[in-house]
Design a protein around this ligand. Structure first.
Ligand code: AMP
Length: 402
């Protein structure tokens, strides 16, 4: 193992995804996932050199999960503690107003991320658990937090402000923060490179369509709007989150269905979106149901596309002209149907998807617009782990840490 590798950790409420990779070449030495932490049937799948190692059995918490991961690394030939990792990069969901740069972690930073948990109760506590576990296991290795909100920190006032009581909003940190920033930033950079244009000259719309989904409008390399808000619940329809809804629905549900705020929050996070409408959250399963003639699945798909087109229209106008529209993440990279339906019938706006290019199964960044179309339409695989590894590496190099 060379000594310039970065370990990237993405700690969720019951999972830890990880990669050990070279930030320069992007080559992944090992990767895996701890799943169902805190449940009886937990497990780890660890991949190295094309081999898969598995562990099954209960895993009490993030610390126990990460200890097992380190054991699996050692058993598969990469002893992380001995061989030297240059840095650990942590994906942290909410940076609030405090963090908008990749940040070298110390006790004060951990405390501040923990304090931001009121803005992201499902995410930040898990991120802190991952950070604390990694610090304990690799005490001498610098750790860097990379925030999902950071790219959107400079959103214009008109885009980030909710029209509610301004004092109340200020007292509780209420503004649009935006999420998936690492992906939107990485992909927008790749688009500029592919177009061989200076990012400062480009107007872009990016659709990140995975389990979570968000869109962004980017002018000259800086986002001017995005669909996710104070939390990752706003905007597009997602696997288990419904995106935009009338806020009156929440009060109505509390009164009529006698649901508590926590029950409503749980429903909006885990049982809305495609799942709420069709019973399934995975897009491939949704497609199977549609193919089998399931009307609820069809409606879920139509709502999903309708919401995308609403934001596409909004962002075309906000930007006042667009050079590139890009699809990324699980659905965006793999579903030609979604891309075709989201952009259908828009030739008069300069948007023309080439049917053959759209269905090509290449796994690389590529054009799917027709040759000569006014607006470039692209598919660009995202790589948040690489972006986090590069950011962490930059921070430790700049600070002379590690
Ligand atoms: P992500 O969160 O980026 O991993 O994306 C996960 C989503 O991508 C899930 O809804 C998957 O069903 C969807 N997905 C993955 N592969 C495909 C595919 N070949 N066709 C359609 N959707 C896919």
């Amino acid at each position: 193992m060379n000594d310039d590798m970065v370990l990237v950790l993405n700690s969720g409420s019951s999972s830890i995804k990880y990669q050990l990779l070279d930030p320069e070449s992007g080559v992944v030495a090992a990767s895996g996932m701890v799943d169902r932490i805190g449940e009886e049937h937990a497990g780890i799948e660890h991949q190295v050199d094309g081999r898969i190692f598995e562990h099954r059995g209960p895993i009490a918490d993030h610390a126990a999960g990460l200890r097992l991961v380190f054991q699996m690394f050692a058993e598969s030939g990469h002893d992380l503690a001995a061989a030297g990792v240059r840095a650990v990069g942590h994906r942290v969901v909410h940076g609030g107003e405090v963090f908008y740069q990749p940040t070298l972690i110390d006790d004060a930073v951990v405390a501040a991320i923990s304090e931001l948990s009121s803005l992201a109760p499902l995410h930040n506590p898990a991120n802190v658990a991952g950070i604390e576990s990694a610090r304990a296991l690799l005490p001498g290795v610098p750790q860097v937090a990379v925030f999902d909100t950071a790219f959107f920190h400079g959103l214009p006032g008109a885009a980030k402000t909710y029209a509610i009581d301004a004092k109340l909003a200020a007292a509780h940190g209420i503004r649009k923060y935006g999420f998936h920033g690492t992906s939107h930033e990485y992909v927008s950079g790749r688009v500029a490179a592919l177009l061989e244009r200076d990012p400062a000259e480009l107007n872009q719309i990016i659709f990140h369509l995975g389990n979570g989904a968000s869109a962004s409008a980017i002018r000259g390399g800086h986002p001017i709007d995005t669909t996710m808000g104070l939390t990752p619940l706003e905007g597009l329809v997602m696997g288990t989150r419904g995106g935009d809804l009338d806020p009156g629905i929440i009060a109505h549900l509390a009164r009529s269905a006698q649901l508590s705020i926590d029950q409503i929050d749980e429903m909006l996070n885990r049982n809305a979106g495609l799942k709420g409408l069709s019973g399934v959250n995975d897009f491939r399963e949704l497609q199977r149901l549609i193919d089998a003639g399931d009307a609820a699945a069809r409606l879920a798909y139509d709502v999903y596309i309708h919401r995308m087109r609403r934001y596409l229209g909004a962002y075309l106008i906000e930007l006042g002209g667009v050079d590139a529209i890009t699809f990324t993440a699980g659905v965006g990279e793999n579903s030609p149907q979604v891309r075709a339906d989201a952009l259908a019938g828009l030739s008069r706006f300069g948007i023309d998807v080439d049917p053959d290019r759209n269905v090509a199964e290449d796994r690389v960044a590529r054009y799917i617009s027709a040759p000569g179309a006014e607006i470039a339409v692209l598919v660009v695989p995202t790589n948040e782990e690489l972006a986090i590894a590069q950011a962490a590496h930059r921070v430790v190099t700049a600070q002379g840490a590690g």
